[in-house]
Design a protein around this ligand. Structure first.
Ligand code: ISL
Ligand code: CA
Length: 552
């Protein structure tokens, strides 16, 4: 079997809660996904990654799973899932499931058993201690340890207290997870995106990390001692038996870690999501991590993306992404979401990312140039991470509410979770009822209906980029090289395969810029203008936020 079919594939991420509501209860669902598959087929994507759709009490919108082999009530039934899978396959679209196995919900049967007593057969499925083993801060604020009076011990939760961490050192846990994965594979699904998979192996003794800004320490369970062993086991027992696409979400992983996780021999995963380029500016770190660290400048981003391209070359496969359900909208973060430059800068970002080597992931609405929601009142937020940090910073740290609101407007995960903007009718066509989270008020101007038929839209531009990925071998296999390295405004690089080269030029500024020297020399006798976001392009100057690609 062609096990590396995903090399020229483009993945589209659906956040089901916010994608399309088919029954008017305000919550997106499987029926909504079913209806909109034709839209995705038109866009031309190959794979859908669905954020979790399993049974869940929704403390973290489905990332807290109480039954891995059942569907969340609000999303529908297993029969609805089967219909989505069947229709997607008929349209040539594969389905990738979100595998959340660093933790379960506290309402999962394994945990309700585990907490009953120290002698319960499930007790050791989770990480229990008589006292907190360290001062780790949970990713969602506060201590990562919670006391359970039933068994008189504390359990570890890297995320919310309703998300206890599984004990992967227990072979029974691994067996249970692998058999559940096989069950989904046998159903016919095509891959897994693995939630915080770099965190499943904890360091012995659970040592404290560096201090955080809030009196705790960082959770050090990143790429722990047995993570590769467990993934190899998973690969041998499950993954290698099916033609899957796998991507591991790996906070804390650097390029050398990635070279192991995503090694080309295929003994672990196909690729990982790394976080460096979305972690903010390394030269301007804030006190409270992502909340007050500004986004990378273009030169920082360029250096970082280049590092990943060059250091994985010949060693591992990259994933390419600029947004997802945990990140602000990319056009607001890295581009310019003003009326004047939103469309153009959204296309520029897409160009910069899609011409790199790896598998691109498009997050729902990114293909429309959807922007941050900039919600100005805390009552509008739904995300547990945002609500907890608001309380933590305003109540415990005494940070003024306006300051914290400014953090949320820039970085809250809810920026990406407002409903998909389908058309200009009520609620952006997302729901006939009251949406569970407010619709971005800019939907009359930014929506799918207005863009699908417009050749100059962001949607049509993504469609072209996706089609190019299918037809252009240089885009898939070409070797990346940075050119015009020191240019303060223009990000330029090449991709080379055989005697063909693509030259990618991005003017990352609101002013006209000269085409830098190396690029100018290369494009002088270009064979073809492959794609661009401005009419009347010139080989001497680049218009504000102009992106253009030549074949030479
Ligand atoms: O959102 C983040 C900051 O950029 C991260 O802290 C995020 O929580 C982390 O990347 C893990 O994310 C994944 O696991 C979480 C879940 O809330 C996220 O939605 C998921 O993508 C716990 O399952
Ligand atoms: Ca619904």
């Amino acid at each position: 079997m062609n096990t590396k079919w995903w090399k020229n594939a483009v993945v589209y991420q659906i956040y089901p809660r916010s994608f399309m509501d088919s029954n008017g209860d305000g919550v997106g669902d499987l029926g909504g996904i079913y209806e909109k598959l034709d839209y995705l087929a038109e866009l031309g994507i190959d794979v859908i990654w669905m954020s979790p759709i399993y049974k869940s009490p929704n403390d973290d919108n489905g990332y807290d799973i109480s039954d891995y082999q059942d569907i969340m009530d609000e999303f529908g039934t297993m029969a609805d899932f089967d219909r989505v899978l069947e229709k997607a396959h008929r349209l040539g679209i594969r389905i990738m499931m979100d595998l959340v196995v660093n933790h379960t919900s506290d309402e999962h049967r394994w945990f309700t058993e585990s907490r009953k007593s120290k002698d319960n057969p499930y007790h050791d499925y989770y990480i229990w201690r008589d006292q907190p083993a360290n001062r780790w801060e949970s990713f969602f604020s506060g201590s990562a340890w919670e006391y359970d009076p039933r068994c008189g011990q504390y359990y570890l939760h890297s995320f919310s207290k309703k998300q206890p961490d599984l004990n992967w050192d227990n072979p029974k846990v691994r067996e249970e997870v692998f058999s559940m994965m096989r069950w989904w594979c046998d159903k016919g699904i095509d891959g897994f995106r693995m939630d915080v998979i770099s965190m499943i192996s904890k360091y012995p003794g659970l040592p404290d990390g560096p201090e955080t800004g809030t009196g705790y320490t960082f959770n050090t369970s990143m790429s722990g001692p047995n993570v590769h062993k467990y993934l190899r086991e998973m690969n041998e027992q499950v993954l290698s038996h099916y033609p899957l696409i796998t991507v591991g979400e790996c906070p804390g992983a650097g390029a050398d870690d990635a070279a192991r996780y995503a090694n080309l021999d295929g003994t672990e995963l196909d690729m990982i999501f790394q976080f460096e380029h979305v972690s903010g500016s390394p030269s301007r770190p804030g006190r409270f991590g992502k909340w007050d660290t500004p986004a990378m400048s273009m030169p920082e981003l360029r250096a970082n993306l280049t590092k990943w391209q060059t250091s994985l070359e010949g060693r591992a496969w990259n994933s390419l992404y600029q947004s997802n359900h945990d990140q602000p909208r990319c056009v607001s973060r890295f581009g310019d979401d003003s009326e004047e430059y939103r469309v153009r800068s959204a296309k520029l970002l897409a160009t910069a990312i899609h011409f790199q080597k790896g598998t691109p992931y498009v997050y729902q609405g990114e293909e429309l140039g959807m922007t941050n929601a900039y919600m100005g009142d805390i009552s509008q937020y739904r995300d547990i991470e945002s609500l907890n940090i608001y309380r933590e910073l305003t109540e415990k740290q005494g940070i003024p509410a306006e300051t914290v609101m400014a953090y949320l407007k820039a970085i809250s995960r809810d920026n990406a979770r407002t409903p998909m903007q389908w058309d200009g009718t009520a609620n952006a066509g997302f729901s006939a009822g009251q949406p569970w989270i407010g619709v971005n008020p800019n939907y009359p101007a930014i929506n799918a209906a207005a863009q699908t038929g417009d050749p100059d839209s962001v949607f049509s531009y993504y469609k072209k980029l996706i089609a190019l990925r299918h037809s252009d071998p240089v885009m898939v296999d070409g070797v990346y090289a940075l050119i015009d390295e020191g240019d303060p405004n223009v990000y330029a690089y090449t991709r080379a395969l055989g005697d063909e080269k693509l030259v990618v030029l991005c003017n990352w500024s609101a002013e006209e810029q000269k085409v830098p020297a190396e690029a100018a020399a290369l494009i002088a006798n270009a064979k073809e203008l492959v794609i661009g976001n401005c009419p009347d392009t010139s080989k001497e100057t680049l218009q504000p936020y102009e992106a253009v690609v030549y074949r030479v």
